[in-house]
Design a protein around this ligand. Structure first.
Ligand code: CP
Ligand code: NVA
Length: 306
């Protein structure tokens, strides 16, 4: 058996593989828009384990598997033994003996690593507290479609040093761009990740400075899933970190704005920004479908060939 590839962070694929994957996502999108039927995964099954809420991730993976002629199975800890303390190692052995690929959204990144270590089939990280690599595939595809290669560009991350910010740091390395990060004190990204990527990133506390010369401005909610208790406190701490048309006016003239969604209008992003022509958040959301289909095809390419 070929060695199993997983996608837990953007570092699990080479820069080259990521570039090819984005090209393939663009192709798969064109095929779908032309009405082509492409079903390379007939009788193949994806298990989707969700320990956190989701709209885009669930719809894109489930629709993607159906479009490929396969099936996706939604598993919630509420109705499986995962929620009743069955060890992750045992769950991974059992689930991966019956399906062809597994997708997990959960809190602890270590849980996904443990699952992958005991899985016979590819495991995709569909968001942990630390990383959200699938979103970056869609973001990179979207930038490519609107502006061409992102290599050598400047990207500004405004707000929380969270899972999305961490995946942007990995993307800066893998896609070769510079990342300015503006966070309030105490909300910086993981220190060792920052340290390991010093050549790629600039940490600032001023959003106005961070967006200087930026080709892409990105933000995300101030309180992520699991941080609901901190929402009010964070609203105070993040004051001044809203992305709005006035902030975007300080970036490059043709700068784009992205947000992985769901957006909290009036908090990290203004209502006016969501309706601004520079906002490509909805194209970005649609690209979750195409980019993840390219990812599934990549991870299951041995099955497709045989
Ligand atoms: N952006 C994203 O992952 O959205 P969902 O939480 O709706 O899946
Ligand atoms: N940072 C957000 C992303 C949601 C897609 C969260 O983890 O809730």
């Amino acid at each position: 058996m070929m060695s199993t590839r997983h996608f837990l962070t953007l570092l699990d694929l080479s820069s080259n593989e990521l570039q090819q994957l984005i090209q393939r996502a663009i192709e798969l999108k064109q095929m779908r828009n032309q009405g082509a039927v492409y079903e390379p995964l007939k009788n193949r099954v994806m298990a989707m384990i969700f320990e956190k809420a989701s709209t885009r991730t669930r719809v894109s993976f489930e629709a993607g598997m159906a479009q490929f002629g396969g099936h996706a199975m939604f598993l919630s800890p509420k109705d499986t033994q995962l929620g009743r303390g069955e060890p992750v190692e045992d769950s991974a052995r059992v689930i991966s003996s019956m399906v062809d690929i597994v997708m997990i959204r959960t809190f602890s990144h270590e849980l996904v690593e443990t699952f992958a270590a005991h899985s016979r089939v590819p495991v995709i990280n569909a968001l942990t507290d630390d990383y959200h690599p699938c979103q970056l595939l869609a973001d990179m595809q979207t930038f490519h479609e609107f502006r061409g290669s992102i290599q050598g560009s400047t990207v500004a991350w405004i707000g929380d040093g969270n899972n999305m910010c961490h995946s942007y740091i990995n993307a800066a390395r893998q896609f070769d761009f510079h990342l300015n990060i503006a966070c309030p004190t105490g909300f910086e990204p993981n220190a060792s990740l920052v340290e390991a990527n010093q050549d790629r990133i600039t940490l600032l506390d001023s959003p106005e400075e961070a967006v200087q010369k930026a080709d892409l401005v990105v933000t995300d909610v101030w309180a992520s899933m699991g941080q609901e208790d901190e929402q009010r406190q964070r609203m105070r701490e993040f004051k001044g970190y809203q992305v709005n048309p006035a902030l975007m006016d300080l970036a490059n003239k043709d700068a784009l704005f992205m947000h992985c969604l769901p957006a909290h209008r009036g908090e990290e992003v203004s209502d006016t920004m969501m309706d601004d022509p520079r906002c490509v958040a909805f194209a970005e959301a649609e690209n979750r479908l195409h980019a993840q289909k390219a990812l599934i095809e990549f991870l299951l390419k041995d099955l497709i060939l045989n």
